[in-house]
Design a protein around this ligand. Structure first.
Ligand SMILES: Cc1cc2nc3c(=O)[nH]c(=O)nc-3n(C[C@H](O)[C@H](O)[C@H](O)COP(=O)(O)O)c2cc1C
Length: 322
């Protein structure tokens, strides 16, 4: 509901940033983008992750994965490319060693899950059902950097619907978020397929498949040859895709979007909110300056106060386009 009462700069703190992602209450829309903040302990010395609204883990698979050969990261002029290859400790170690640390943060946790087969996704999702702080699973069917699994589930709408429906059957307590790939000709088709399969929320975008060449060796810089482009370079693409998915799929279906792709400043975050994102994930920007979390929150509050709004919900999907 829109509010019109004039605000003094002093009560800017009272502006309500809380959002609801498919029934999960978040203190504010900001969360980590999977894979960019590990399992949380890696960042504890740099930033108070308690400032976030939720924590999203890196992709977890049934068995541990060492990931791709090095080099697997390269900086680009307006972002970075990675081909990590879903390196992670595996389900058992995640539950026994990493989850207790996440618990200490006292935030809702969404666990990003990955697999080579449909059965892998189901096994991980099922194991996370009994864990209180886990409030949702984010289905990574959009990783461009692995040979088996990953994006192969995410580019064909019928495969998206099938895997979403299969995981949905085992997610009773947890919400099911489906993470969409931008490496498709029509992202609204895969978004609709995820909704048809029973997704409770959509997140977008994962990285864009890209390549960097070492002109001296005349070979690809990344050992994997290609990688996923992220950071400011992809933001306008991500904003456009969030806008399309919001208007054509998510709004009619009444499900929320978690938007990501190059969010670094409050103005970036506000673009995503206007385009229709309810949640906002920060990835590459955390490598640049993890303190951006607090700056973005303050910037959103100021934007709302300047427009006499009392809640972030007043601007979600407020893009004027006609
Ligand atoms: C180093 C790195 C590792 C990533 N690992 C994962 C991952 O494990 N699972 C996943 O779904 N996305 C992964 N991503 C994609 C991000 O979650 C996000 O979708 C993408 O980077 C766009 O956001 P950004 O521009 O804010 O980084 C990774 C991105 C980066 C840069």
């Amino acid at each position: 509901m829109e509010t019109t009462n004039k605000r003094q700069s002093g009560d800017i703190e009272s502006i309500d940033l809380s959002v609801n992602i498919a029934g999960v209450e978040l203190d504010n829309p900001l969360m980590t983008a999977s894979g960019t903040c590990g399992y949380s302990d890696e960042y504890a010395d740099f930033v108070d992750l308690g400032e976030l609204g939720a924590f999203v883990t890196k992709s977890i698979s049934v068995a541990p994965r060492s990931g791709n050969e090095y080099p697997r990261i390269v900086e680009t002029r307006a972002g970075m490319m990675n081909a990590i290859g879903l390196a992670n400790v595996g389900l058992d170690v995640f539950i026994s060693e990493k989850l207790p640390k996440l618990q200490a943060m006292n935030l809702p946790v969404f666990v990003n899950i990955a697999g080579v087969t449909q059965a892998d996704y189901i096994q991980v999702a099922e194991a996370l059902e009994d864990i209180d702080i886990v409030r949702g699973v984010e289905l990574n069917i959009s990783c461009p950097n692995v040979k088996a699994g990953g994006i192969q589930f995410g580019v064909d709408p019928s495969a998206v619907e099938k895997i979403t429906a299969a995981v949905k059957k085992v997610t009773r307590k947890n919400k099911l978020i489906v993470k969409l790939s931008p490496n498709v000709s029509d992202i609204t088709a895969t978004a609709q397929a995820a909704v048809n399969g029973g997704a409770d929320a959509l997140s977008l975008i994962n990285t864009l498949t890209a390549m960097a060449i070492d002109i001296d060796t005349q070979r690809p810089i990344l050992a994997n040859k290609t990688g996923g482009l992220s950071g400011p370079a992809i933001r306008p693409v991500a904003v456009y895709m969030v806008h399309r998915v919001y208007t054509q799929v998510a709004k009619p279906a009444g499900i929320p979007i978690i938007g990501m792709g190059g969010i670094q400043y409050a103005s970036d975050a506000i673009e995503f909110l206007l385009a229709g994102a309810t949640g906002l994930a920060l990835g590459t920007s955390l490598f640049v300056d993890p303190r951006c979390i607090v700056e973005i929150k303050n910037g959103i509050r100021k934007y709302l106060a300047d427009r006499d709004k009392s809640s972030v919900q007043d601007i979600i999907g407020a893009l004027q386009i006609d």
